[in-house]
Design a binder for this molecule. Structure first.
Ligand code: ZN
Length: 231
């Protein structure tokens, strides 16, 4: 009887989880991304829908890529309030066998070819999921990681991590710049996806000046061809 009960409970739990995923994801739009790094960055810059403050933790181990070709469902939990949420990503335009970047802002050494060293968006079109404010926030977060490494004599692995973070920072600024018209120093209205982003722009428009972002990017390792420069 104990085994039967356990099996029933297991099946029940599985159904609850499935129904929860369908319910939660059914209320969310499918987010079209250019890379899994862009998807991971999206989770970094998206606040918890419940408490509006906590950062979300992605559970790559529960990643579901089999439900529908090109559809990726990533479960997350809020580190502050613990609320569970899943995001649906359209990965039709993601190249090859990209792995989920488990530490998108991190300095941990990823296996060769893993996402943090992959281009976030090879195309010329701006992101559909992260707006200009989101890319600037990512640049700031990555630079904070660079600062945490310090400026002293670093071990080879730390120098490598530092350089990778700098290249990622430059890539985030390049993504921000994709929203701008060449003849306008401030971003257009459609560069902001949320009320919070628009509020940030109204509060500190100077932070969004195109010339400022170009100046920030010029200080980072980045060649004119759009590829990371060798150092
Ligand atoms: Zn929360």
């Amino acid at each position: 009887m104990g085994l039967v009960r356990d099996l029933r409970l297991g099946a029940y739990a599985a159904r609850v989880i499935r129904d929860t995923i369908e319910y939660m994801t059914g209320t969310e739009r499918v987010l079209r991304v250019h890379s899994l790094l862009e998807a991971a960055y999206y989770i970094v810059v998206t606040p918890c829908a419940e408490c509006r403050s906590g950062p979300l933790e992605a559970h790559a181990g529960q990643l579901d890529r089999t439900t529908h070709p090109g559809l990726l469902i990533m479960p997350t939990t809020c580190r502050a309030c613990g609320v569970w949420c899943a995001f649906r990503f359209n990965t039709d335009h993601v190249c090859g066998e990209e792995g989920w970047p488990t530490d998108p802002l991190g300095t941990a050494c990823e296996p060769a070819g893993n996402a943090p060293s992959s281009p976030v968006n090879r195309s010329e079109e701006p992101s559909e999921v992260i707006d200009v404010a989101g890319w600037l926030l990512l640049h700031t977060l990555l630079q904070e990681r660079v600062s945490s490494l310090g400026a002293g004599a670093l071990r080879v692995a730390e120098r490598s991590a530092r350089r990778r973070l700098q290249v990622q920072s430059a890539a985030c600024l390049a993504e921000a710049l994709k929203f701008y018209d060449p003849d306008n120093d401030l971003p257009p209205e459609e560069a902001f996806f949320t009320a919070e982003s628009r509020r940030q722009f109204r509060a500190r428009p100077e932070l969004f000046a195109r010339d400022r972002i170009i100046g920030l990017r010029a200080r980072l390792p980045w060649s004119r061809g759009g590829q990371p420069a060798e150092q």
